[in-house]
Design a binder for this molecule. Structure first.
Ligand SMILES: Nc1nc2c(ncn2[C@@H]2O[C@H](COP(=O)(O)OP(=O)(O)OP(=O)(O)O)[C@@H](O)[C@H]2O)c(=O)[nH]1
Length: 350
């Protein structure tokens, strides 16, 4: 498991190495053109080629690497700006390295970091100018311009790769979140919220086009006793086995969900009541015939209520109430049976 405290230094290190190293080549080219003094060369070499490693060690060894890395990032900006007076404000490399240091601050994703770097940058510019004197020579020669190109291309590409990876990760996590929202973790059926959205859409289609649909509510009989006698692990296994039976009896166009606890809800799309009764009876029979691998002697039964979609169902609530009241009828009539609107409660087929 990656330590989030250490992730920032590891993420920043290669970018800093690349950005400052290539930036050093550009600054070196300007220093070479203007026959700079040894202290100016030393200053450039320390900042461009030594500082990235020192910064990594400082944050790596710190007890709070994240905070140390933020401090390093602020130091980066100040050091980079300190190089600008050394280059006599040569226009293209000055603008380029200021832009790169800002991009680095922004791509960390730390709110306001680039703003926090501004005072340090201003201070560094003043101190560096005080040491080197103010020399204004903004003209950029062709060799310096060419030296700027690798920084421009490689740094931009590496930042793009980092952003690309981040976007892919976020999109994968969003998919996972969406799946968690839609799917009930225990049974793999739709969770209640997503099931309701689908059932509402089916009811709306019925109102608009008269397309038939039936709602089946299913509840395991005496499920509490199973939990009490055999434990919740067995109870969970029963719920999973029941979900498998349901999935084996519905089509891809239907919508099966866990409504809550040991209650399941199935929308059978495009299906009239007679066919829905056949499906419901088949599920009930398969539940009765179910044998758990670890507990073959456990006898399970279920009760089901079926309600066809009707124009009088003004809302999903009315439709589920109708199916629920059929389910109640099935329970009241002795359980292990299917009850349906406009039809008498059917006794189990034995
Ligand atoms: N193992 C397990 N049990 C659950 C879960 N969710 C709810 N339950 C249990 O399911 C039982 C539901 O019982 P009820 O539906 O109230 O009653 P019942 O025993 O099924 O009786 P009838 O429905 O009248 O036949 C409760 O004991 C809940 O604790 C779950 O995710 N896993």
């Amino acid at each position: 498991m990656p330590n989030p405290q250490r992730q920032l230094p590891r993420r920043v290190y290669p970018l800093r190495l690349l950005g400052m190293g290539l930036g050093g080549v550009v600054v070196g080219m300007v220093l070479w053109e203007r026959n700079a003094s040894l202290p100016a060369w030393l200053c450039m070499a320390l900042i461009s080629f030594v500082w990235p490693h020192v910064a990594y060690q400082l944050s790596h060894r710190n007890s709070n690497p994240y905070r140390a890395e933020i401090r390093n990032l602020l130091v980066d900006s100040a050091l980079i700006v300190a190089l600008i007076p050394l280059m006599h404000f040569n226009l293209l490399p000055s603008v380029l390295i200021i832009t790169l240091t800002m991009v680095e601050k922004i791509t960390t994703g730390i709110r306001g970091l680039w703003v926090r770097s501004l005072p340090g940058m201003a201070g560094a510019a003043v101190i560096s100018t005080a040491f080197t004197g103010f020399h204004w020579s903004p003209h950029t020669s062709m060799p310096v311009l060419i030296a700027c190109l690798p920084v421009l291309v490689l740094h931009t590409l590496s930042v793009s790769v980092v952003s690309y990876r981040l976007i892919r990760k976020v999109s994968r996590q969003n998919q996972l979140l969406d799946e968690l929202r839609r799917i009930d973790a225990l049974t793999g059926l739709y969770g209640r919220g997503h099931w309701q959205e689908q059932a509402e859409a089916t009811l709306r289609r019925h109102h608009a086009t008269d397309e038939p649909a039936c709602l089946v509510m299913l509840d395991i009989d005496h499920f509490k006793q199973i939990n009490d006698q055999h434990g919740h692990t067995v109870g969970d296994e029963v719920l999973r086995a029941l979900a498998r039976i349901i999935l084996g009896n519905v089509r891809a166009t239907d919508c099966a969900g866990r409504y809550g606890g040991d209650e399941f809800a199935i929308v059978l799309r495009g299906m009239h009541l007679d066919n829905a009764m056949v499906v419901a009876q088949r599920i009930r029979e398969q539940v009765q015939a179910l044998q758990l691998h670890d507990l073959p002697q456990l006898q399970l039964t279920s009760s089901l209520g079926v309600a066809p979609a009707d124009h009088r169902h003004g809302s999903l609530r009315a439709w589920t109430n109708a199916a629920d009241s059929e389910l109640y009828q099935a329970k009241a009539a002795g359980r292990n049976r299917v009850s349906a609107g406009a039809m008498p409660a059917l006794a189990p087929v034995v």
